[in-house]
Design a protein around this ligand. Structure first.
Ligand code: FES
Length: 161
């Protein structure tokens, strides 16, 4: 998908801010994602040129760090922690429940763009496991009923989580 004129202008300004900074590629990619919600693939040629890298090298960085996305985020993003402390407190059963309730894979996105599931590996809330992030907000000591309630808010048409 091509960039809008506004996106091109913002990316150009961010590239200008970061291209002379040592190790500036990662801060630039974070800045682009912070502003646009994702790093559009169409931006990689200009970024690569600015940093004297190949497009493949820029794409390699983007794919290595799983938090980068190449498409706009879904309306709701639910990130269930799958690391050890949460696993020991039942996150696998919650993951199964999520898959069953949404019909999505662990890293799936609904066709209408309403909900995206993404695993995460430790939210720093191990003492309150199992934990998840919903639209950036931490929810801890999650049980099946709490998960269902959070999901219901996401799945309702226009529902706010
Ligand atoms: S292991 Fe889940 S919050 Fe740390």
């Amino acid at each position: 998908m091509s960039l809008t004129a506004e996106q091109q202008a913002r990316i150009a300004a961010l590239v200008s801010d970061h291209q002379t900074q040592p190790g500036g590629l990662l801060p630039l990619l974070h800045a682009v994602q912070d502003e646009l919600g994702h790093v559009p693939d169409a931006a990689t040629p200009d970024i690569a040129r600015a940093f004297r890298l190949s497009r493949a090298e820029v794409r390699g960085v983007l794919s290595f760090y799983h938090d980068f996305r190449d498409e706009p985020p879904a309306r709701h993003e639910l990130r269930l922690c799958r690391a050890e402390a949460c696993q020991s407190m039942g996150s696998e059963a919650l993951a199964q429940r999520l898959r069953a309730r949404t019909g999505l894979d662990d890293a799936g996105r609904s066709a209408d763009g309403g909900l995206e599931l993404r695993p995460v590996y430790c939210l720093g809330a191990c003492a309150c496991a199992p934990a998840l992030l919903l639209d950036g907000e931490l929810h801890a000591r999650i049980d099946a009923a709490m998960l269902d309630a959070l999901l219901a808010g996401c799945l309702e048409e226009g529902g706010a989580c």
